[in-house]
Design a protein around this ligand. Structure first.
Ligand SMILES: NC(=O)c1ccc[n+]([C@@H]2O[C@H](COP(=O)([O-])OP(=O)(O)OC[C@H]3O[C@@H](n4cnc5c(N)ncnc54)[C@H](OP(=O)(O)O)[C@@H]3O)[C@@H](O)[C@H]2O)c1
Length: 294
């Protein structure tokens, strides 16, 4: 188990030497977190569908990475089970990171559709991308951590000890961070702005996070980040291009602005570090106070 050090805050939050897989790692929040991790000594493997975007992101992450940090990518569609299994196999292999201590699920998309016009194919795609892909990632990386991230003295579980219908005997450690949203627990006011499908998926991710926290116990912490509206690539076209106009949308919030990608980095380091070892199944809302006043 990671130790909590007294009198040395930098060690409490230390993620150096760790290995993190970040799905959606070429996107707005995912890349910001990958840069934050790599700059603080944590090796990262980023994954999403578009190889060109991954290659460009790898170069940007390498530019800020601490010495010795490994930065890799693996192109895959996280909503496909075989792809996630291949991503895990590569990540834990010597050609990848050689292991996985931290999983961040920063994939997802939003397509606004008023309830009368919900397109069934898009709805299904959103469920697959925003919910099912998170389940696949938590299942395959989480259970790998449970069986392989063993503290000294812990025996590797014998496959013969596995019993159908029962939890695995593995007690390996790990950190898993999913992405919910303020929309996990707050619908949009004034008619909802076509957000029924997105809100549905984000509510599901928040509950899935709690359920995985219970399933992967006792040494894997599974928590969620619930940001507010932030001008990431996902929001280009949905938000005005002018920053002042965008921030005006959030004038009623305590923070009086919308989110920035970097707002997620501190909470993501906290949830990946020993400082959060007794926090599991929870959500942190780095939301400028939206859920406090909304
Ligand atoms: N921005 C906001 O205002 C906001 C607010 C609250 C919550 N969130 C949540 O934060 C997370 C990150 O969003 P973001 O704003 O950073 O969006 P983003 O910039 O669009 O990044 C999303 C990433 O997910 C990847 N992705 C999408 N579908 C995928 C799939 N099937 N398999 C693998 N990767 C896939 C995308 O890459 P490819 O397209 O190349 O696959 C992209 O790298 C999402 O879960 C989002 O719902 C965002």
């Amino acid at each position: 188990m990671p130790k909590v050090y007294s009198g040395d805050l930098t060690r409490l939050f230390d993620i150096s030497g760790k290995k993190a897989v970040i799905i959606g790692g070429a996107g707005g929040f995912g890349k910001a977190i990958a840069e934050g991790y790599a700059a603080n000594g944590c090796s990262v493997l980023i994954s999403s569908r578009k190889e060109a975007a991954l290659k460009a992101a790898v170069n940007e992450i390498k530019a800020v990475a601490a010495p010795g940090v490994v930065v890799k990518y693996f192109a895959c569609d996280a909503s496909k089970e075989a792809d996630i299994m291949a991503c895990r196999d590569f990540a834990v292999s010597p050609n990848g990171l050689g292991g996985c201590d931290i999983l961040v699920c920063a994939q997802g998309f939003n397509k606004k559709m008023w309830s009368w016009e919900i397109d069934t194919a898009v709805w299904q795609d959103m469920l697959n991308t925003n919910i099912t892909s998170v389940m696949f990632a938590c299942k395959y990386f989480g259970n790998w951590m449970k069986e392989n991230n063993l503290e000294e003295g812990m025996a590797k579980p014998d496959p013969a000890a596995y019993e159908a219908g029962k939890a695995t005997p593995g007690q390996g450690y790990g950190k898993i961070i999913t992405f919910g949203s303020v929309r996990s627990i707050r619908a949009v006011g004034n008619g909802g702005n076509g957000n029924v499908p997105y809100n549905t998926t984000k509510g599901a991710v928040e509950m899935m996070t709690k359920a995985f926290a219970s399933d992967l116990r006792p040494n894997i912490q599974v928590n969620s980040l619930g940001p507010t509206i932030t001008y990431t690539p996902m929001m280009v076209g949905l938000l005005p291009p002018d920053e002042k106009v965008r921030d005006g949308i959030a004038a009623a919030l305590p923070a009086m602005r919308i989110g920035r990608e970097i707002d997620m980095v501190g909470p993501a380091i906290f949830l990946a570090s020993a400082a959060s070892d007794f926090i599991t199944g929870s959500t942190i809302y780095p939301d400028g106070g939206l859920t406090a006043v909304g």
